[in-house]
Design a protein around this ligand. Structure first.
Ligand SMILES: NC(=O)c1ccc[n+]([C@@H]2O[C@H](COP(=O)([O-])OP(=O)(O)OC[C@H]3O[C@@H](n4cnc5c(N)ncnc54)[C@H](OP(=O)(O)O)[C@@H]3O)[C@@H](O)[C@H]2O)c1
Length: 261
């Protein structure tokens, strides 16, 4: 008898809503097993039950607050104790805070940097040996079009995403010649719970992409023979990101201040 091929295990942070939960569904449909991470355990457990019924997915729910220093290490230690080895990591957990920098709450921006930057970086580093050893290794970090220019009125968030894209693109280069796929996914405004969590009503539904459009684009990019280091989704978003990279800083700031006013 041929031994059963082990199923791919995908760990997804921020799996309780938005991009994270949609990635969970897509990977489950492809036949992967999952480790789902976020704070809202009830949502993760409901998703796990749905995916078990629909696709026979085995899901490990790990309710974790990634704003807590040490959370990433504790998560990886817990995986080790459970004997779970991860093939793919999708870092989707993250949030922003709308408003002028001078009015930011110190505790909230500390949590924001901890989730968007520290936990993402630590999980990427701690799990990299497992991802690299896997024939189906993937590191997908959810960045943003906010990464491409400073954004007045959501300044800390944009700075965290600039970090995510810079880090992920560098890991992409370092991983060339290995089987590991690395992608910084940079959606523009998308219909998730993000803007409600950020305290912003900046965009109307019709002005935003859908989660499925973004996730579809990510899978198309990952399906290419050589996937790109980063992916900006949507032609208008790509044009804005390119403009921000090429324009003089004063002009880029003027335009971005209008966008986020
Ligand atoms: N939607 C957009 O327009 C947009 C555009 C570009 C980039 N992004 C990025 O996309 C990623 C996912 O956001 P989304 O748009 O899908 O928004 P969302 O629907 O609000 O999802 C955010 C996810 O992050 C998790 N999260 C937040 N704080 C956490 C914490 N302390 N510990 C663990 N998990 C935490 C949330 O879970 P719990 O609340 O259950 O913990 C939730 O699952 C983020 O990195 C965001 O920056 C979003």
């Amino acid at each position: 008898m041929t031994p059963a091929v082990p199923r791919r295990v995908v760990l997804i942070t921020g799996a309780s809503s938005g991009f994270g939960s949609t990635f969970a569904r897509r990977f489950a449909k492809q036949g992967a097993d999952l480790v789902l991470v976020a704070r809202r355990r009830d949502r993760l457990e409901t998703l796990a039950r749905d995916l078990a019924a629909a696709f026979g997915t085995t899901t490990t729910v790990m309710a974790t607050d990634l704003s807590q220093p040490g959370a990433a290490q504790a998560l990886v230690d817990d995986l080790g104790e459970r004997g779970i080895t991860v093939d793919a990591l999708v870092n989707s957990a993250g949030f922003g805070t709308a408003g002028p920098f001078a009015e930011e709450d110190l505790g909230r921006i500390t949590d924001e940097i901890q989730v968007n930057v520290m936990a993402l970086t630590q999980l990427s580093l701690l799990l990299l040996p497992q991802l690299t050893a896997s024939p189906a290794g993937l590191l997908l970090n959810v960045s943003s079009t906010a990464a491409y220019q400073p954004l007045p009125n959501i300044a800390v968030y944009a700075a965290t995403k600039a970090f995510v894209t810079a880090l992920t693109e560098a890991i992409w280069q370092e991983s060339r010649g290995t089987s590991l796929q690395v992608l910084a996914l940079a959606p523009g405004p998308t219909q998730t719970e993000f803007f409600a969590a950020a305290g912003s009503e900046r965009f109307k539904v019709g002005q935003m992409l859908t989660v499925d459009q973004v996730v579809d684009a990510a899978f198309v990019a990952l399906g290419r023979r050589s996937s790109p280091p980063s992916l900006v989704v949507g032609s208008r978003n790509r044009a804005t990101a390119m403009f921000a990279r090429l324009a003089p800083a004063r002009l880029a700031l003027l335009v971005s201040a209008r966008l986020t006013a």
